[in-house]
Design a protein. Structure first.
Lengths: 310, 339
């Protein structure tokens, strides 16, 4: 039994129309996604905008309604009505993408970080203040700053406030949705380092959602690649980067800018080649509706969505 | 040099905060040559966009001092009506966010035709539509006749950015300023847009100023690179020199802090402190000094200037001669201890 297991997850958004505003169709944002994460590992969920990676993350934590499928967290089914008790939810927390809009501008840092504590733990005012100060210290912020407002902090500092809020209840799983996309390179490094540090310290498991393959390669142990709501490839970091099999993964990997200007021509050449291949063989890799096939094992750890042969 | 297309001399762009003016671009001198991509790199707050907006004359209430020479005009001191004749015609800009840069109430054809109409009044309606379709073809939009009549919300991010580029190149500009053209886009689309800009450069023979914070994009695109920190240029070099032999501590720190695509789970380098806000910028001495406190203060100049250390390679301040990363020093000491 895995730590987190997602089985055939589907999230469909209804399209309404007609005079009675009835459901006339559905957008299949997540369409049959399965994966599992081991405790203490970082799992990268990669895809372009619109691929359903964020919806998957939000569905796991309960921010999107799950149409069908199962989310098993430490053996408990999060989708069944019975376990919608909040005690399980407390172990899963989220870090949001934009540190500018995910913190309430009218609340002080104390209130922002203490909010989850107020929901789950009954603390006195003094205990609460001490806990928040402790948390701020843990994320490398001045504990004196509990009375400040979010606008008084820089982007990197704000993201740390978001992290302090996420770790306040000592969660086991953190869903990080593009946690550094909105940050500058130097600040990005700061937040990524810090996420790795607290992972060791608190034995956290990350579901790391990102479109930046450079960062995913740096952070993650296992990686899943999504396209139009389905998985096209899953494997360890080595599988994905050294031996990509699906045409879409190849295209993603080829699109990463190379930091060495010497390789510019080579890189362009590679991109053109993959682009040719992509156009030529697109129909071999996707079905009539342009969706990916079912995943099939090509090694113990490596799964690729290839069509059935024959 | 006759090859220069744009010459910026001692440009100083200041914004008013309360009652004082603070320079966001502080004494910047630059040349952009024909048929060249000059990348301007820096973090947010470094003044790179303020510089681009100054060239295009898009600042409303900023105080601009210095000179910007472009085609026998000094853009810094040009009245708006003359500037309007140049903008969109001889020089054009590609904006960062393709959603907000397009008018949601106009069709794609109308938006592109607007630029054509402003500078070529005698173009017939039929000719205009032909030209618009031709432009959309050039930027790689698959069904231009169909796209023409669509509205921005019907297009994807990558397609919108192509429309922005089509508007920018509508009148064959000689100078193209691209302000973070791919930041809002996915990696695969980014690669396509960058290849497109590269192709356009070869076909149009234009000078391109590429503003970005992404060093990967710089490595793929630029001929020369200017690194900006706190309103000043701290290093200029051709792209190969800059990546192979960066000198300024800021450039080195930036290159050091990106996750290495071939590397493992090593710790990333973190630049200490933050880019100070505009009204708290140190106006004297080396502006980067506060972020490398382990370097001896005597290493910095009192009035840091750009020094040409090799032909075409300029570095500000003398502190680069004594700069090292703290973890390098440790390794060296360990190595010394062993030997």
């Amino acid at each position: 039994m895995g730590f987190l297991e997602v089985n055939d997850l589907k999230v469909h958004f209804p399209i309404r129309g007609g005079i009675l505003n009835r459901k006339i169709g559905a957008i299949r944002a997540v369409d049959g996604v399965s994966f599992s994460i081991e405790e203490g590992k970082t799992y990268g969920l990669v895809g372009e905008s619109g691929s359903g990676k964020t919806t998957t993350g939000r569905a796991i934590i309960g921010l999107n309604h799950i149409t069908s499928g199962q989310v098993m967290f430490e053996g408990k089914d999060l989708t069944s009505k019975k376990s919608k008790t909040q005690h399980v939810r407390k172990d899963i927390q989220m870090i949001f993408q934009d540190p500018y809009s995910s913190l309430n501008a009218k609340k002080r840092v104390l209130d922002i970080v203490a909010e989850p504590l107020r929901n789950y733990e009954k603390l006195t005012k003094i205990e609460e203040k001490l806990r928040v100060q402790e948390l701020l210290e843990q994320v490398g912020l001045n504990p004196e700053s509990i009375l400040k407002y979010p606008h008084e902090f820089s982007g990197g500092q704000r993201q740390r406030i978001g992290i302090a809020r996420a770790i306040a209840l000592k969660p086991k799983l953190i869903i990080a949705d593009e946690p550094v996309s909105a940050l500058d390179v130097s600040v990005q490094a700061q937040v990524l380092n810090f996420m790795q540090e607290i992972q060791k310290e608190l034995n956290l498991t990350y579901l790391f959602i990102s479109h930046d393959l450079g960062i995913v390669k740096h952070m993650c142990d296992d990686i899943g690649i999504m396209y139009k709501g389905r998985y096209v490839e899953e494997g360890t970091k080595q599988d994905i980067f050294n031996n990509p099999q699906h045409i879409y993964t190849k295209r993603l990997v080829a699109a990463i800018p190379d930091i060495d200007p010497q390789n510019r021509q080579k890189q362009k050449h590679l991109r053109d080649e993959v682009q040719m291949e992509y156009q030529q063989y697109y129909n071999d890799y996707f079905d009539n509706e342009g969706l990916a096939y079912r995943l099939r094992n090509i090694s113990d750890s490596h799964l690729v969505a290839l069509p059935e042969k024959g | 040099m006759n090859n220069a297309l744009l010459e910026i001399k001692n440009l100083k762009t200041s914004f008013r905060i309360r009652d004082d003016y603070y320079a966001a671009v502080d004494d910047v001198s630059l040349t952009v040559n024909k048929n060249e991509v000059l990348a301007i790199v820096g973090e947010s707050g470094s003044g790179k966009s303020a510089l681009a907006f100054s060239v295009m004359g898009l600042h409303n209430r900023a105080k601009i001092e210095g000179n910007i020479y472009f085609k026998d005009h000094d853009l810094a001191n040009l009245p708006a009506n003359k500037l309007n004749k140049l903008r969109g015609d001889d020089m054009a800009m590609i904006f960062q966010d393709p959603l907000t840069a397009l008018n949601p109430l106009m069709t794609i054809e109308e938006q592109i035709a607007e630029t054509l109409l402003l500078h070529h009044k005698n173009l017939s309606k039929k000719k205009r539509r032909e030209k618009v379709i031709d432009l959309l073809n050039q930027v790689g939009i698959p069904r231009p006749e169909h796209t023409c009549d669509q509205f921005p919300h019907e297009l994807s991010g990558g397609m919108r950015q192509r429309v922005i580029i089509a508007i920018a190149i509508a009148n064959d500009p000689e100078l193209l300023i691209a302000d973070e053209p791919t930041t809002a886009l996915d990696v695969t689309i980014q690669a396509q847009i960058l290849d497109l800009i590269n192709d356009l450069k070869e076909n149009m023979n234009a000078g391109i100023v590429l503003i970005t914070h992404d060093l990967g994009v710089v490595a793929e695109m630029a001929d020369r690179v200017a690194v900006m920190y706190a309103g000043q240029i701290v290093e200029i070099a051709d792209v190969h020199t800059l990546f192979a032999n960066p000198r300024h501590p800021y450039t080195r720190s930036l290159l050091h802090s990106i996750p290495n695509i071939d590397g493992g789970n090593d710790k990333l380098h973190v630049i200490q402190g933050i880019v100070p806000p505009l009204h708290k910028l140190p106006r004297e001495g080396c502006r980067f000094a506060a972020r490398i406190p382990w370097i001896d203060t005597s290493a910095h100049e009192t009035n840091p200037e750009l020094h040409e250390i090799k032909p075409g390679h300029f570095v500000r301040c003398t502190c680069h001669n004594q700069f090292y990363f703290p973890d390098e020093k440790k390794k060296e000491e360990q190595a010394d201890g062993i030997s």
